[in-house]
Design a protein around this ligand. Structure first.
Ligand SMILES: Nc1ncnc2c1ncn2[C@@H]1O[C@H](COP(=O)(O)OP(=O)(O)O)[C@@H](O)[C@H]1O
Ligand SMILES: [Mg+2]
Length: 357
């Protein structure tokens, strides 16, 4: 059997552009090692949205070949100089954040009529939206913190919001509804910081969430992969910020050693089991497929709350996703292989649906 042509997509018009390149380097390296199975086409997407075929996955180089996706029976990717005409068997989006993880790219790949790894349009879009994903998580039985959402285009009652914050108790966290990497997030410890934090977050998104804060929260993560029939949840892991009061952009990416990982997390086994069940229920409630990482916040009494879901989590060797599964004896290469098989399976199932009456 000839090798499967796999296009790996990374970079993108996103605040998480670099993180994505880093993730994709690992994914390409692991898949390229299985030469008899996969022929890898590493495609870098610039911050402006232009596509380039690279020799080796990484940041942009002058040797990269400009390519463009096309909708044609014999190709879904061509080079602008006409030297390449490729029909990919599978696309592996190793992209994070806005324009990448939010259903936008997934919708584009659906239109290109190509199988792709990970969640579809609906799950990606719901997963990116912190309010919708919390509604779905709550519906699935997972604990969720109280919150309010204000919009840029609808005047909100500032006094009512202050009253809610006073009743809920400080601190609260103010954050853009659809962003990642802690961009625009502030911890509000005093009431007079509230409105400025809301205005700050509204620079990044048209909707902003004000959420009851878990002071000095423990941040616990659980990953999942598979489809409806074969879901696997990982061990739970913990990430501690060593660089600030919460896991802000600095702690995540700027300060070397800004965080410390503990896999498996030191939590009691029943809680870990419950978290894994919640992870599975949330994944199903969102109609997710392929893979995801679910993030929880735990207070000092050991109670935990669903925080967010990442439908394309960090996938580099040092990311949590592989670590959480390796802790339960799973091989990352085999997981990637399984994700590619699932992408093909989902595509075939969709293709088998009747489109006429
Ligand atoms: N309600 C909360 N209580 C405690 N910490 C929070 C809360 N909301 C956010 N944080 C802190 O802010 C970080 C970023 O918020 P998060 O909701 O995960 O957004 P992002 O999508 O940017 O990662 C979290 O990792 C956590 O450290
Ligand atoms: Mg987060």
């Amino acid at each position: 059997m000839s090798a499967l042509k796999v296009v790996v997509l990374y970079g993108g018009k996103s605040t998480e552009h670099e993180v994505s390149v880093h993730s994709a380097q690992t994914v390409c390296q692991i898949l390229e090692a299985q030469k008899e199975k996969y022929q890898i086409y590493p495609i870098f997407i610039s911050r402006q949205g232009h596509w380039f075929l690279q020799k080796n996955c990484g940041p942009k180089t002058p040797q990269d070949v400009p390519v463009t996706p096309v909708l044609s029976a014999d190709a879904n990717l061509i080079s602008l100089d006409g030297s390449l005409r490729l029909k990919a068997d599978v696309v592996f989006p190793v992209l994070h954040g806005t324009n990448c993880e939010d259903g936008t790219m997934q919708g584009f790949l659906e239109t290109l009529n190509v199988p792709y790894v990970g969640c579809g349009v609906l799950a990606s879009a719901m997963g990116m939206d912190k309010e919708i994903s919390k509604l779905m998580a709550r519906e699935s039985g997972a604990p969720v913190l109280p919150y309010r959402v204000v919009s840029k285009f609808k005047e909100h009652d500032k006094a009512a919001l202050e009253k809610w914050v006073t009743q809920t108790g400080l601190p609260v966290f103010v954050k853009p509804v659809r962003l990642g990497s802690s961009v625009g997030v502030r911890k509000v410890k005093k009431l007079d910081e509230l409105h400025e934090a809301v205005a700050f977050a509204l620079q990044f998104d048209t909707d902003v969430m004000i959420e009851k804060g878990v002071d000095h929260a423990r941040e616990i993560f659980c990953a999942v992969y598979g489809d409806e029939l074969t879901l696997k949840t990982s061990a739970c892991g913990e990430l501690r910020s060593l660089a600030g009061e919460f896991f802000d952009y600095n702690a995540k990416y700027i300060v070397a050693g800004g965080c410390e990982t503990k896999v498996p997390a030191e939590i009691d086994p029943q809680t870990a089991q419950k978290m894994r069940q919640d992870t599975e229920h949330i994944f199903r409630a969102l109609r997710a497929s392929g893979l995801a990482r679910v993030d929880f916040l735990m207070d000092k009494n050991g109670s935990y709350y669903f925080s967010e879901i990442n439908t394309l989590p960090g996938m580099s060797q040092t990311s949590l996703f592989p670590q959480l599964f390796e802790a339960c004896g799973e091989d990352y290469g085999q997981i990637l292989q399984r994700l590619i098989e699932l992408a093909q399976k989902r595509y075939t199932q969709k293709e088998a649906l009747t489109l006429s009456r």
